[in-house]
Ligand binder design. Structure first.
Ligand code: 6PG
Length: 465
């Protein structure tokens, strides 16, 4: 059998995608750098193995594909991807397509797309979200490439994607790096949302002395209303789990030092490069970085003293604070998408991005359906905080965010993402901000000049007379 598509890389995500395709009746050629993994995967595939066609060599893998060929790589996206492109490109013909489905830096995707276009090969950078379960049973996929590539890929991807009310959570979002950029920002929002949940958990546990099952029950209630989300749901389950070895709540035996592979950091870096600032995402990245300084923090707690109990906040207040902050994290993410879209001329459809994040991906939530609707109703300028429905919800929820941040700060609890949310919100609703002082200072020490209100041109102050 000639296969419709090839998947190279049988790690967790590649294997799950291959099984998902096989289950949808698609013949898939598979290969992997380490050959024993191929056989192990085939052995574990059960009935689905009849749709899976294993190849030990790259040449065999390529020869086993329908023409034009679709070759999907699910491998580490740095040097390994470049190396595989170098190896496989000579085996391909004009019009064939390489798809990088890993978490790639979109700059690399742009470079690879341009290089391969010179060799008359199509290159697609595709963000895949949803972890192993998503890849196996329905991920959200963010595609960057040409219309031509999309036409070839869409039938396969639409059949394996997650669905929200029947709508497949996959779309062509723009050319070359657009899909990987959108996936990067998805992950940035993911970092911020995870950090918000972590801060709320910490306040409840160490500011208000709730037990893990009590927090789990609250999150379960939240997961049945406007705060419904995949991350809230899994956190409720996490908080109910016990350590089989000690019987303690599982959460209390996990070391408080977080890993990070880089997509959150990339989001912050790209925001800064585009003259933006996604401060909630930065707070989340920073919190992970500080979390790895465990020894210093332990010493500092004994020297400087830690946070204290005695925080008093109602569950309703915390819910509204979370909702406000979650909206603001998304607002920062979409603002960045809008800025990048202008800069790279991608013409990103923000409503469509929100739509394909409604199922399958890690940040899927009830809020994303409201965000999609808001972007359909208002001009697509990326300013979510100005969309009438969103502005109204913020107006209702912001007092709770203020109360929560104030109570946390008062008792010494670190809430970097919650407080970044509030600082950004307050900055953005300030018609006259703080930068007149900055401009005057710059003029004094560097003669940088400033604009005068209501006048054109560059002006200087009377400082040097
Ligand atoms: C997803 C996830 C997935 C992965 C990231 C985050 O959308 O399915 O974002 O891509 O979990 O790599 O990893 P880090 O937290 O290690 O940066």
């Amino acid at each position: 059998t000639v296969a419709r598509i090839g998947i190279y890389g049988l790690g967790t995500m590649g294997s799950a995608l291959a099984l998902n395709m096989a289950e949808h009746g698609i013949d898939v050629a598979i290969s992997n750098r380490e050959v024993p993994r191929i056989n192990a995967f085939m052995d574990a595939s059960g009935d689905l193995s009849k749709r899976l066609h294993p190849h030990e060599t790259l040449a065999g893998f390529v020869a086993g594909l329908e023409v034009p060929r679709l070759v999907l790589f699910m491998i580490p996206s740095g040097d390994a991807m470049d190396e595989m492109i170098t190896r496989i490109a000579p085996l391909l013909d004009h019009g064939d397509m390489i798809i990088d489905a890993g978490n790639a830096d979109f700059h690399a995707t742009r470079r690879r797309a341009a290089d391969l276009a010179r060799q008359k090969l199509h290159f697609v950078g595709m963000g895949v979200s949803g972890g192993e379960q998503g890849a196996r049973h329905g991920p959200s996929m963010m595609v960057g490439g040409s219309d031509h590539s999309w036409q070839q890929l869409a039938p396969v991807l639409s059949s394996i994607a997650a669905r929200f009310r029947g709508d497949p959570c996959v779309a062509l979002l723009g050319p070359d790096g657009a899909g990987h950029f959108v996936k990067t920002v998805h992950n940035g929002i993911e970092y911020a949302d995870m950090q918000l949940i972590a801060e709320l958990h910490s306040l409840l546990r160490y500011g208000m002395a709730w037990t893990p099952p009590e927090v789990a029950d609250l999150f379960t209630v939240w997961n049945d209303g406007p705060l419904q989300s995949y991350l809230v749901g899994i956190t409720a389950n996490i908080l109910r789990a016990s350590d089989p070895d000690t019987g303690h709540p599982m959460i209390d035996v996990i070391k408080d030092s977080a890993g990070q592979k880089g997509t959150g950091r990339w989001t912050v870096i790209e925001a800064l490069c585009l003259g933006q600032s996604a401060t909630m995402i930065e707070a989340a990245v920073a919190a992970r970085s500080w979390s790895s300084e465990k020894d210093t923090r332990q010493t500092a707690e004994t020297v400087l003293g830690g946070a204290r109990l005695g925080v008093s906040l109602s569950a309703e207040t915390l819910a509204d604070a979370f909702l406000a902050a979650r909206i603001l994290a998304h607002a920062q993410g979409f603002r960045l998408l809008s800025e990048a879209s202008d800069h790279y001329d991608w013409q990103l459809d923000l409503a469509r991005i929100a739509e394909i994040w409604r199922a399958g991906c890690i940040i899927r939530s009830a809020l994303l359906d409201d965000i999609a609707a808001a972007f359909h109703d208002t001009p697509k300028h990326g300013e979510l905080i100005l969309a009438p429905v969103i502005a109204e919800r913020l107006g209702h929820a912001i007092p709770a965010l203020r109360e929560t941040v104030a109570a946390a700060v008062h008792a010494g609890h670190a809430v970097p993402a919650l407080s970044a949310a509030l600082a950004w919100y307050d900055s953005m609703r300030q018609g006259f901000g703080t930068a007149n002082i900055i401009q005057a200072q710059r003029d004094v020490f560097g003669r940088h000049g400033f604009q005068r209100l209501g006048q054109s041109g560059v002006h200087h102050g009377p400082w040097w007379d």
